[in-house]
Structures are given as structure tokens and as C-alpha cells.
Design a protein around this ligand. Structure first.
Ligand code: NAX
Ligand code: ADP
Ligand code: K
Length: 485
């Protein structure tokens, strides 16, 4: 059993892939083996989380997820704990493995009840796993809401019930409350599922653990991966500023110069050799607080030799520059208003698509609304399938795509998408996306290919936020400078 952290490297399997691994494993093992392993793993984690629990409420559903709960109940009872099971199943219709665990729980003397105990020290959610076919309702939904509202920790078996294991979608009324409720844990069985790590998945699952049930995972194709910590980028002792590349940030229309200056500052502090800011504002000649930045007229920059970061605070003015930038910029990060301009202009889309064919590297960094505009759908469609949306964008535009938000997805044509696990909701503040664009620019300028550059920058950006002191506000300016000094 292992705890998943932001440095974990692991494949992610969707429901179809997990099912085929389950069938392959079950075919080589005596009946009921997988469920016994799953139930024991759940019981072990439960004991570690709540070693002094007097009452453990285990809510079990009608299928094999419920079977895992029944098996865990038997194991806990045998170890001196007092599980109380509420089971929504029917002994005559339960799948064979769940029925076997029902008998073992009964034989162990587990208490069964029709409704939850008056109080509990740990709740185990074994209502629905990867077999959920519709959102929970009725008694099942009521029990989930009780668990979510209780002060005790909640341990979800395999996936939080009601979560779409492929996409991370959960209906709003089944999300844990932000204001009350205990800590949340999830023990994912056999495989890690993508939905645990993006969209609402992070909030629903809490701390994720994996038990592979002693099974191989080579018999199925992963749907994605957790890429873990990027390799450190060494600097030669005998190097100079030219070794780390030039970054040109183009953006900062009147009233929005700050966005471009944030991106430029982030590129500088992320190690770019030289950083030019081509402000569309026209007025600024020097940023006295950042004298390292060279402020230039955007039109005068030789983009063929540089890495360009385009769009931060660009407003509508950015539109006029895009044909030249898309055609000439050797390495390019496209953010914010530049993405919006491309979304509404088919001619710019053609120019963007042709970059890959010319060997030019491109990273798009949309947030969900920008991604929705590029895909001509609404934001909820993007959020309903973040991995699919990122991959469609990458394929459509021949670019590396960073779909931002909780569980940032990084996709590129012909590559398996990855989900980044660093970062937290303190990043939900103005300007942090500009900082990310600058950091991707610096990584690209160092010579990394676009996918590696995106992964490195997204990981570091989130990592800075994760290390941020709890009592200090997180601002984009300080984030750009690398943290609190
Ligand atoms: N995948 C694996 O390799 C293993 C799976 N195991 C467990 O088995 C689970 C999958 O079991 P199942 O395929 O039986 O699926 P589930 O137990 O997740 O759910 C299917 C059952 O729930 C019912 N159901 C679906 N949606 C419902 C809803 N909204 N409200 C009420 N009832 C609903 C279905 O009619 C069916 O009876 C996994 O998540 C995992 O917990 C483990 O036993 C061990 C190994
Ligand atoms: N809950 C969260 N968890 C992780 N990262 C987050 C979260 N909320 C926001 N972020 C990150 O913060 C940044 C915000 O970017 P964006 O929405 O473009 O903001 P802005 O336009 O103000 O700069 C992105 O990198 C995004 O992934
Ligand atoms: K569950």
C-alpha cells in the first residue's frame, strides 16, 4: 500500500482499463482472492487512520464495492474493532464475491443495522465503486450526505461514491462541505483512476492511497499518468546568460501591464538568461522594481531567436500581432487573450496548426473558459472531461496543452496525458496564471522540449504554492519571485 503524493510516478487507468486488469488478475487467482485482499487493505488503512475508534460505520452498496466493505468489516471485527454495517444489498442478488464476504462478516459477528449509528469515529464509504451507473439518490445519497457532514474522517473504498472515476465529476449535493466534515481518505484498489486527481476528484477523495492487490498492470493501456517530480535542470559552471535563452513577453495592453510584467518576472526568476517585455501599453519604459527586465517595443523583437510568451494581459491589441508571432516565434507560449483571439479567428487557428509542421514548439496554457472557447463548447463541457478536453486541444492544434485548475492536465499529440499533483487553491488568485506562462517560457528557453517544459513549470509553480507559509498571503508577484523572501 502506498500513499500518493505530488512526487508519485504512476499510471492511471480508467474504468475500462481497470476492468480488464481485474479480469486478467481474477483469471489467475482462486475465487474471492481479490476481494479478500481489498477488504484486508481497507481494514489496515482504517486501523491506521483511527486506531482508537470505538464505532466504525461501514456503508455498503449492492455490488462488489459493498463487498469490499463487508470484507473489511469481517477483518475489523476479528481484530477487536466494532464495525456497524448498513448494507443496501440483497443477499439473493448480490454478486458472488460480495455474497461470500457477507457470509464472512456475519460469521465474524459484525453488527448489521438498517440505519447509521448515532455516532461514529470513522466512516467507511463502500457504497459505489467503478460500477456506478448513475448518480446516487435516495437512501444512498442520504448516507453519503451524513458522512460528509459528520466530524469523523471518511475513508472511501476504491473511489468516493458518486465520483466518476474517469473524469472526476461529482454531483454538487454529494460534495463534502467546505465548512464542516472530517478529513477524507481514499484507498484506490488495483489501479489509480484519473478521476481521483482532477475536477472535483481532489476534494472528494482527499488523501489518496493505492493498494495494487498484488496484481500486475501490464495487461491494459493506461489512460494517463502521474508524472512525478521533474528532473532537476543542471547549469554548467562554464555557462553564461546566452546559455539559458531569451524570453520575450508580449502583452500588457493599457491597464493590464501588470500581467505581462508578472510573466516576465516569473521567467527571469525561473532562470531565463535575458527577459524582454514587449508591452502593448506603449508608455512604460522601465519597471524600476525589476531593472533586469528590458522593456522594448514588441514590434522590434526578433522572435525567431527567442522564446515568446504571448497574451498575458494582451486585451484585444494582441490580435494584430498574432499573425507575425505565430509565423515567426521559434518557441511560443500562448496564454489568456492570445488564446481568446485565436478561438474567434479561423485564420489564426490555421497559423497555429501549421507551427508543429514547421518544427516550432508551442505550449497553450488555457484555463477552462479559454479551453472552452478554443473547443467551441461551454466551460461545463470542458470540466466534465478535463483529460479528454486537453487531449482534443493538443491534437487539434498540434501543441502541448496545459489545462489549468485543480488537477492541471498536460497533454500533447501522441503522448499519454498527465495530471499534475502540486498546487492548491491558494493559487486561485489573480495573476498566478501569468506567472505560470512566464515559467513555461523560461523552461522552453532553456532548450527543453515543449512537453517537458510544461511539466516542469507546472510542477514547480504548484510546488511553490504548496511550500507557502500558512500565515502569509500568496500573491502572484511573490510567486513569480520564487516564494516569500
Ligand atoms: N476492480 C477490481 O479489480 C476489484 C474490484 N473490487 C471492487 O469492486 C468494485 C466494482 O464492483 P461492481 O462492478 O460490482 O460495481 P459497484 O459495486 O461499484 O456498483 C455496482 C452496483 O451498484 C449498483 N448501482 C450502480 N449505480 C447505482 C446507484 N447510483 N445507486 C444505487 N445502486 C447503484 C449496480 O446496480 C450494481 O449492483 C470496485 O470499485 C472495487 O471496490 C474489489 O473487490 C477487488 C478487485
Ligand atoms: N485549486 C487549485 N489547485 C491547483 N492549482 C490551482 C487551483 N486553482 C488555481 N490553480 C492554478 O492557478 C493558476 C491560475 O491561472 P489563471 O486562471 O489563468 O489565473 P490568472 O488569469 O488570474 O492568472 C493556474 O496555474 C491554475 O492551475
Ligand atoms: K466507494
Amino acid at each position: 500500500m502506498q500513499r500518493v503524493t505530488s512526487s508519485t510516478v504512476a499510471d492511471l487507468f480508467d474504468v475500462a482499463g481497470t476492468r480488464s486488469l481485474e479480469h486478467a488478475a481474477a483469471a489467475t487467482l482462486p475465487p474471492h482472492t481479490l476481494m479478500q485482499r481489498a477488504g484486508l487493505a481497507v481494514a489496515r488503512l482504517a486501523m491506521a487512520l483511527a486506531p482508537h475508534a470505538r464505532t466504525v460505520w461501514i456503508a455498503c452498496g449492492p455490488g462488489n464495492n459493498g463487498g469490499d466493505g463487508l470484507e473489511a468489516a469481517a477483518q475489523l471485527k476479528q481484530r477487536g474493532f466494532a464495525p456497524v454495517v448498513t448494507w443496501l444489498g440483497d443477499a439473493d442478488r448480490a454478486p458472488p464475491d460480495a455474497r461470500a464476504s457477507l457470509e464472512r462478516a456475519r460469521a465474524a459477528g459484525v453488527v448489521f443495522d438498517a440505519s447509521p449509528p448515532a455516532a461514529w469515529d470513522l466512516a467507511i464509504d463502500a457504497l459505489l465503486g467503478i460500477g456506478a451507473s448513475r448518480p446516487p439518490d435516495g437512501v444512498m445519497a442520504q448516507w453519503l450526505r451524513s458522512m460528509n457532514a459528520g466530524a469523523a474522517p471518511v475513508l472511501s473504498v476504491d473511489v468516493p461514491s458518486g465520483l466518476d472515476a474517469d473524469t472526476g465529476r461529482v454531483s454538487a449535493d454529494l460534495m463534502p462541505s467546505r465548512h464542516q466534515g472530517g478529513r477524507r481518505f481514499c484507498l484506490s484498489l488495483l489501479t489509480l483512476k484519473p478521476g481521483l486527481f482532477t475536477a472535483q476528484g481532489r476534494d472528494a477523495a482527499g488523501e489518496v492511497w493505492l493498494d495494487d492487490l498484488g496484481c500486475e498492470s501490464s495487461a491494459a493501456t493506461p489512460a494517463g499518468r502521474l508524472a512525478g517530480t521533474p528532473p532537476p535542470r543542471a547549469r554548467w559552471h562554464a555557462s553564461h546568460k546566452g546559455s539559458y535563452g531569451d524570453v520575450a513577453v508580449i502583452g500588457g495592453a493599457p491597464g493590464m501591464a501588470g500581467a505581462a510584467l508578472l510573466a516576465a518576472s516569473a521567467a527571469l526568476h525561473a532562470g531565463a538568461g535575458r527577459v524582454f517585455a514587449g508591452l502593448l501599453d506603449g508608455r512604460a519604459a522601465l519597471d524600476a522594481s525589476q531593472p533586469e527586465l528590458m522593456l522594448r517595443d514588441a514590434a522590434s523583437l526578433d522572435l525567431a531567436q527567442m522564446t515568446t510568451v504571448m497574451g498575458c494581459g494582451g486585451g484585444t491589441a494582441v490580435r494584430a500581432l498574432l499573425p507575425r508571432v505565430l509565423s515567426t516565434a521559434h518557441r511560443l507560449v500562448i496564454d489568456a487573450d492570445a488564446l481568446n483571439a485565436i478561438a474567434f479567428d479561423p485564420a489564426l487557428q490555421v497559423l497555429l496548426e501549421s507551427r508543429g509542421r514547421r518544427g516550432q514548439q508551442t505550449v497553450l496554457t488555457p484555463h477552462p473558459l479559454e479551453a472552452a472557447r478554443l473547443l467551441d463548447v461551454d466551460t461545463s463541457a470542458v470540466q466534465a472531461d478535463r483529460i479528454g478536453a486537453a487531449q482534443r486541444l493538443a491534437n487539434r492544434f498540434g501543441s502541448t496543452v496545459v489545462l489549468k485548475g485543480s488537477g492541471t492536465v498536460i497533454a500533447a499529440p501522441g503522448e499519454r496525458p498527465s495530471i499534475n499533483l502540486t498546487g492548491n487553491a491558494r493559487l486561485a488568485s489573480a495573476g498566478t496564471g501569468d506567472v505560470l506562462a512566464g515559467m513555461v517560457g523560461a523552461a522552453l528557453a532553456s532548450g527543453l522540449p515543449s512537453l517537458a517544459a510544461a511539466r516542469e513549470a507546472v510542477w514547480l509553480h504548484g510546488h511553490r504554492a504548496d511550500r507557502w507559509p500558512a500565515d502569509t498571503p500568496l500573491t502572484a508577484g511573490a510567486l513569480a519571485r520564487g516564494g516569500v523572501h
